[in-house]
Design a protein around this ligand. Structure first.
Ligand SMILES: [Zn+2]
Length: 311
């Protein structure tokens, strides 16, 4: 056989081996729920949401998830909810005291708010020193961003980044508004829309990771502690499993190499860790997927869930 032919054959075998090893490996993600305990005065009340959510997590055998919690909401019924989540084996972590927008506050104001939340949260069971920036805003100036990087490091906190972003909170707001206005909600269509929207964005950011990082990392999915989460989290996970994804504990996800990644860019609006990596490698457009667009979600909700077909 000619040497060139052998070389081509070897190259083909190698390509096939790489293709199979990466496609056979399950993609993985961990689930995190922000803004806990989130306002519950609509479809479910707080205790019902907690009961339904915990049952949903158990029914679908999800590993340990994390609840990024807001200090000033951790009292009364809200605190009871957080304790229930912790007692069900899940992690409670830090999401500021007043859900402060770092773009609108100085470094010292942000730190003061951070510290106010600590005694409300670090006394709860299963507390982890993980901080998730509200709105993912990590500081819109170098001084603020680097100040918080230093502060978290000194206090032994992890910046609990996300890799998979979506607008589940906006879909929840449309759902709650429809319930409040006693509109007829097609729950089956809502379930389908929820699953589709979130999977669309997951696949988009995973593809971006493969393109700019060279692999599918252990992902961290951002969701919120809300009624549609209690209703459909299990359906989302089952749909992901059918597509070859597996759910992993949050601690495992934060052991990926990207956990140490620090972008040089100061982002006013942060696209998540994959977006940061893609930006640093030259990507400028499409850091936010179109399923994170309110007009798009609203149009689909109105036509598919409320059945307002506009011709
Ligand atoms: Zn939040």
């Amino acid at each position: 056989m000619h040497t060139n032919t052998i070389f081509v054959l070897q190259a083909l075998t190698l390509t096939a081996a790489c293709f199979f090893s990466s496609s056979m490996m399950a993609k993985s993600l961990a689930i995190t729920l922000d803004d806990s305990p989130r306002s519950a005065t609509g479809y479910f009340d707080g205790p019902t949401r907690a009961k339904e959510l915990i049952a949903e997590i158990e029914r679908h055998k999800l590993p340990q998830i994390a609840f990024f919690s807001v200090g000033n909401k951790a009292d009364g019924e809200g605190k009871k909810r957080l304790i229930q989540y912790a007692n069900a084996g899940h992690i409670i972590a830090h999401h500021s005291n007043t859900h402060l927008d770092f773009n609108k506050h100085s470094l010292s104001e942000y730190i003061a708010d951070f510290e106010q939340a600590e005694p409300q949260l670090n006394t709860l069971p299963n507390y982890q020193r993980w901080h998730r920036f509200p709105y993912l805003r990590e500081g819109d100036t170098q001084e603020k961003r680097d100040g918080m990087r230093r502060y978290l490091k000194e206090k032994g906190y992890l910046n609990a980044y996300i890799t998979l972003n979506n607008y589940d909170w906006y879909l929840e707001s449309l759902f709650q508004k429809a319930i409040a206005q006693q509109q007829k909600v097609d729950f089956e269509a809502l379930q389908k829309l929820y699953v589709e929207l979130i999977i669309e964005s997951i696949e988009y950011y995973d593809q971006m990771a493969v393109e700019y990082l060279g692999r599918s990392p252990k992902h961290v999915l951002l969701l919120h502690e809300m009624d549609i989460t209690a209703l459909y989290l299990g359906d989302l996970v089952e749909a992901l499993r059918e597509k070859g994804w597996k759910t992993i504990p949050v601690k495992e996800a934060f052991h990926d190499d990207i956990a140490d990644y620090q972008t040089k860019k100061v982002f006013k609006f942060n696209p998540g860790r994959i977006g940061e990596i893609a930006y640093d490698n030259g990507k400028r457009k499409g850091l936010w997927h179109h399923s994170l667009d309110e007009t798009y979600i609203k149009r689909r909700f109105e036509t598919e869930v409320l059945g307002n077909l506009k011709h």
